[in-house]
Each structure stands twice: as structure tokens, then as C-alpha cells.
Ligand binder design. Sequence first.
Ligand SMILES: *[C@@H]1O[C@H](CO)[C@@H](O)[C@H](O)[C@H]1NC(C)=O
Ligand SMILES: *[C@@H]1O[C@H](CO)[C@@H](O)[C@H](O)[C@H]1NC(C)=O
Ligand SMILES: *[C@@H]1O[C@H](CO)[C@@H](O)[C@H](O)[C@H]1NC(C)=O
Length: 389
Amino acid sequence: MFDPKSRAWIVPSLCLISLLISLEVDGSPAPLILLESAVAKGAVCLDGSPPAYHFSPGSGSGVNNWLVFMEGGGWCRNVTECVELTGNSGGSSKFMKELSFSGILGDNQKTNPDFYNWNRIMIRYCDGSSFTGDVEAVDPATNLHYRGGRVWHAMIDDLLAKGMNKAENVDRTCEGGLASILHCDDFRSLLPSSVNVKCFSDAGYFIDVKDISGADSVKSLYTDVVNLHESEKFLPSSCNWRQGPSWCFFPQNVVPEMSTPLFILNSAYDSWQIRNILVPSSADPGQAWAECKLDIKKCSSSQLQTLQGYRSQFLRALPTSTSTGVFIISCYAHCQSGGPPTWQDVDSPMIENTTIAKAVGDWYNDRSAVRKIDCEYPCNSSCPNINNE
Ligand SMILES: *[C@@H]1O[C@H](CO)[C@@H](O)[C@H](O)[C@H]1NC(C)=O
Ligand SMILES: *[C@@H]1O[C@H](CO)[C@@H](O)[C@H](O)[C@H]1NC(C)=O
Ligand SMILES: *[C@@H]1O[C@H](CO)[C@@H](O)[C@H](O)[C@H]1NC(C)=O
């Protein structure tokens, strides 16, 4: 179901590219740490290699605060796709390298005023299941390990031992923010109740809608993922399984039952969602959407109308609770918090003069409630910079 041009495993690298590009301007080096001790627990990447993370220690007033960023990425739904992931960092730590932190992870006070001196961690994503897999058996023919859920718990155990158990504030965030939503309450339950825990999802609010051909492509994708990785155990226990195996993979079904505060950052025209949920190539055999999917300026007026319909469905799927932070931009883009171009810079997207960094910081620190929804594309002048990403 994935487009040749936007395969599942391109998503993490797209997000990472924005981190790397900003390297010279704003980056701070964050070495790769392999969690070798997790291997004995069977907590490994798809290819059996140890899971990994990057760490930049906190200082000053941030020394007891922890920001845990879960790297984003797509899913593999069958053996072929998972094997393909083992040939890159999407399924193997063998291909991971030192990174540069920027955006919400950056140590520059000017561009990241609320989190720059926190302990900052990026957990690498190499399991193809949003950290939910837990299959004991390993087929010797493929050597595939479906263990994302175990990776998640092994990482948290390690961070608690490193001092996160003494934390005052913890923020969970993620570029492929679905994992952040799915694991938020679980994460909360692993920390002392005195710790202030909040979760932040960047570009993780994938909605349950039909594609343009009327098929339930995304539902069938999630059903395959949940079945292949045996994800049930690591999906929120509050969620109702009787609605089918893919039900609890959709934030709109999980968020209303969540007890930990959540901030949702997303575009109502999320480019990954448009390319893979609304118009997967299976729904567009004649490729009428090919140009529009690459460049929103090339969409015909009827295609734009379809996109406006998607935005309406997206807005209807948002939680109504006022304690949930909501910042919905109208740019044709996918990830927003990883680098200065979108997080906080002179030409970053804004809604009512508020940058993403300011909105997230205001909400996190209870300076104000945040519920900002941008006007319909192409009303806003602050997008062109990041459109088509
Ligand atoms: C895996 O899924 C992709 C996308 O749906 C499909 O094209 C491919 O044929 C599937 N492979 C197998 C072995 O089922
Ligand atoms: C945004 O800022 C500009 C320039 O400072 C100001 O003129 C405008 O009224 C502001 N708009 C809103 C919605 O706050
Ligand atoms: C559109 O973007 C500008 C920044 O260029 C921002 O000030 C304005 O409030 C945005 N429009 C709306 C309706 O939010």
C-alpha cells in the first residue's frame, strides 16, 4: 500500500534529515548509545541488533527534567517489508550513527527556550511497529524479531536507572508521534506519582478514514501490523479490543480514555497521511494524484476540494477536551518539532503569531491552554517554507 515515493521507512529518514540539515546552525552532537544489555531480554531491533538511543545530559535548572523523544517512522506489515527495513536504520542499529540534536532536542536557549537544558533522549525506532511488537518466536529463515514493545520497556528501565526515577518533570515526545500517544499512560505508570509527566505527539494523529477509492486502506494496514507484531499487549489497556485489532492503533479512539495530559501537533494536511491514507497508490492506479501528492501547488481545484474534505474529517477526529493541547497547522508537511525551520525560527509556521515552540512551552508550563487551529490552506503565509516535505 505504500507509494514507491514514500515508503514507510522513508519517514524516519525524512524526519532525521531535518535534524541533520540544521546541524551547522543549531546542532549539538548526540552520540549513539547501543543498549547491549537489552539483547539478553530479547529486546532487539527487527534484525536482532541491540536497540539504541542518543543522550544529551541536562544542566542547571534542567538537571532533573527529562525529555524522551521517540524517533518516528512507518510500519512494516508483512515479512517482505520487515526484511527490507533490516537493510537500513529503520530495522537495524548497525546503520545508526551519531546525530545532531536540534529543535525541541536542541541545546540553544534562543530557539528552544523551554527544554534546552533538560536531559534529552532520542530513542531510535527500529521495530516497524511503533514500539508495540512482542513475538517470542524467531523464524530462522528471516531472523526477524518482532520485539518493539520489549525495546520500549528495556529503554525505560535503563533511563530510570540513569536517574529518570528522580525526575521532577518529564515530557514524552515523538516525531512519528503515534508511539507517544500509544505508550503515554504506560510511561506515566512507570514513574513515581510525584513526577509531572506530559506527552507530546508530533505528526502522530493518523485518522481512521477511507481512501479516495472508498477502501479502508489504513485500517487494513494497521490490522496487518497488529497481527504480525502481536501488538495487543503493548496497546493501551483502556482501549476496547472488541472493535477489531486496528481500533486501538487510532489516536482518536485512544486519546479520550487517556489520563496523562497530551499535546497534539499535526497538520490538517499531513503530507504522509495524504500520500498514504487518503491517496495510497492502490487507490490511484491512473496516477492522477502523482503531481499533487508531491507538490500541493500542483493540485487541481477538485483535488484541493478533496483535501479540504480531509481537513474537515481530521478536525472532527480531534479530542474536544480543553486540557488537551492542540496545534493544527495547514502546511503540507509531516514532522515539525525536530528542527529550527519549523520549531522556532524567523520563518517558522505560526498560528495567531504563535510558533510551535511557544505553543508547546506555554502548554507544558501551564502558562496558557492551547487550542489553535489554522485556517484552510492556502490562507496562511507561514507555510511555503516547509510545504511539500
Ligand atoms: C507486503 O505488503 C505490500 C504492501 O501491501 C505488498 O505489496 C506485498 O505484496 C506484500 N508482500 C507479501 C509477501 O505479502
Ligand atoms: C500578529 O503580529 C502582527 C505584527 O506584530 C500584528 O500586527 C497582528 O495584529 C498580530 N496578529 C494577531 C492575531 O495577534
Ligand atoms: C498565518 O501566518 C501568520 C504568520 O505568517 C500568522 O501571524 C497568522 O496568524 C496566520 N493566520 C491565521 C489565520 O492563523
